[in-house]
Design a protein around this ligand. Sequence first.
Ligand SMILES: NC(=O)c1ccc[n+]([C@@H]2O[C@H](COP(=O)([O-])OP(=O)(O)OC[C@H]3O[C@@H](n4cnc5c(N)ncnc54)[C@H](OP(=O)(O)O)[C@@H]3O)[C@@H](O)[C@H]2O)c1
Length: 214
Amino acid sequence: MSMRPRVTVNCAMTADGKLASRTRKQLRISSREDMERVKSLRASSDAILVGVGTILADDPHLTVKGLPPEENPLRVVLDSHGRTPAGAKVLDDRARTLIATTEECHRTWPGAEVVRCGKGRVDLGALMDVLEERGVRSLMVEGGGETIFSFFQAGLVDRYMVFVGSMIVGGRCSPTPADGDGFQDDDIVRLSLIDAEVLGDGVLLSYEVHDRRA
Ligand SMILES: NC(=O)c1ccc[n+]([C@@H]2O[C@H](COP(=O)([O-])OP(=O)(O)OC[C@H]3O[C@@H](n4cnc5c(N)ncnc54)[C@H](OP(=O)(O)O)[C@@H]3O)[C@@H](O)[C@H]2O)c1
């Protein structure tokens, strides 16, 4: 029986469906209450994953403030071509870090373990096998839009949680929760709404994904 990690996608979008502004710089979308929820969700996850686009745009720590390194979730970065900068905060000693790259990439980083999963682009199925071997049972995918789309496309998402903040940023090129190439009409992912909760000046929507494909 498959013991693949349970995948929760969590992100915050504006009321017009954007993850960030057109400059792709981090935007404070979450309310204080939502930030507390995200902290708890992180703390209860075995691993937290982002794409290298988020590392380059936001340079996040991806840690839970107050937790010692051994209790922080494993940080995982999708980085097919080794673009994570040497000084990225995700490489600090506040938690363990795994950089998932490809067979063509030979870069290494002090402070991170490197796994090579597939050719051309990180193969998410292969990465899930690696995470399973490491004992990861719960994986929180925090973004950005290219990464979240790939997880939906691979049929790997169990739960989708999106906080809708009360602001409009506009921009046809501003990132959204699921970018990538988009789905064909027949492939659209169907969700079941399981909860809607007001958290400060925004709303948290929680969905289950029923046609998990993998
Ligand atoms: N509001 C929120 O909750 C939130 C959360 C996170 C990020 N963001 C925002 O999202 C934006 C960044 O999003 P993004 O879509 O540009 O970048 P991203 O999803 O963070 O990273 C995408 C990159 O990951 C690499 N990658 C490797 N394997 C992949 C795979 N199998 N599928 C998808 N990507 C893979 C690719 O680069 P290589 O080909 O070079 O490997 C790809 O370009 C920023 O503006 C950030 O502020 C917002």
